[in-house]
Ligand binder design. Sequence first.
Ligand SMILES: NC(=O)c1ccc[n+]([C@@H]2O[C@H](COP(=O)([O-])OP(=O)(O)OC[C@H]3O[C@@H](n4cnc5c(N)ncnc54)[C@H](OP(=O)(O)O)[C@@H]3O)[C@@H](O)[C@H]2O)c1
Ligand SMILES: [Zn+2]
Ligand SMILES: [Zn+2]
Length: 340
Amino acid sequence: MKAAVIPEVNGRWELREVPAPRPGPGEVLVRVRACGVCSNDVMATRGIIPFPAVSPAITGHEVAGEIAEVGDGVTAHAVGDRVGVPWVQAGCGRCDYCRRGLPVTGQTAMSCPAAVSTGFTVQGGHAEYMVAKAEGTFPLPDGLSYESAAPVLCAGYTSWSALRQADPKPHERVAVVGIGALGHLALQFARSCGFETIAVTRSPGKHDLARELGADLVVGSGKELLEVGGADVILATASSSAAASESLLGLRPDGRLVLCGLDGTDSFNLAPDPMRPIFSQRHQITGATHNGPRYLREALELVAAGKVTPLVETFPMERVADAVDRVAKGDVRFRAVVTY
Ligand SMILES: NC(=O)c1ccc[n+]([C@@H]2O[C@H](COP(=O)([O-])OP(=O)(O)OC[C@H]3O[C@@H](n4cnc5c(N)ncnc54)[C@H](OP(=O)(O)O)[C@@H]3O)[C@@H](O)[C@H]2O)c1
Ligand SMILES: [Zn+2]
Ligand SMILES: [Zn+2]
């Protein structure tokens, strides 16, 4: 099969011929049709987060395709089913974390020492075929294209989890910091639920697009967010801790800041503010990741219903390296999806 291989840390992705995997018991073989390039794939390529621990190194955790073969004991999937595979497929089931009995989430990947994580501990989806745990493979709603489904498997899953976790009340205002892959979906999710929604972007070139995606207001910083009245919920989806820290300026009393962006080089800080300390505002700072399969299902259904539309740039597999370059430069509007 053809697969996009990362030759080494900081290497340029190469389309290569490699042996196709076969499913073992409890696993499925997926014929990949589309796979998104997450900014975390770029961070893994650079070694900022762990480089894929598989050889050859094939990453990608926004996988959409169809079942080509099922391994022994698989009953929930059949050949031909349209499915998606997200980042975390399973925990080990035996460690202290797994024995708490929680759903498989991004927390599992960070807490279980033997979690199965797509494109990190096992082969990812930037290939014509990949093997996945049956339990970590989810049906795609009818009518949803593979190219639109792919970004939901990570970007949409995370941003919808963040909104659900913040649990905004009907009268509350939601702000989204960083209008990239996660952020452009977060804006649409918030707007489709009827919340007054504010985009916070450092990029003047995104103002019109943010409005088209449903932003009622567009501002450039937390300070400007405060000037327009602030927000009760801030979904921090920028890949910048500084942007998340600064956004707190625009959080209303009793507000919730949900951190979902990862910054490999800088730390999140609470600036000293004797006139408006965080306790006096009763602010809550929390985090969201892939918060559990029910949220993935909800996000997929909202997209399949046409209430939220991922904006994607589609690349044929022969141009996978160009796709990665555009993601690394922050040029993509808003998710690069590679077809296989
Ligand atoms: N929690 C999770 O489980 C999870 C899952 C997936 C991804 N992530 C993380 O979520 C973040 C966003 O991922 P993505 O794929 O959406 O990335 P992306 O498409 O590159 O978007 C990130 C956005 O962050 C803003 N940004 C980038 N650099 C910045 C800087 N130096 N200062 C301020 N803002 C900056 C930009 O928005 P503007 O131009 O609008 O300012 C950019 O479009 C990444 O950090 C990623 O690692 C987390
Ligand atoms: Zn991702
Ligand atoms: Zn475990």
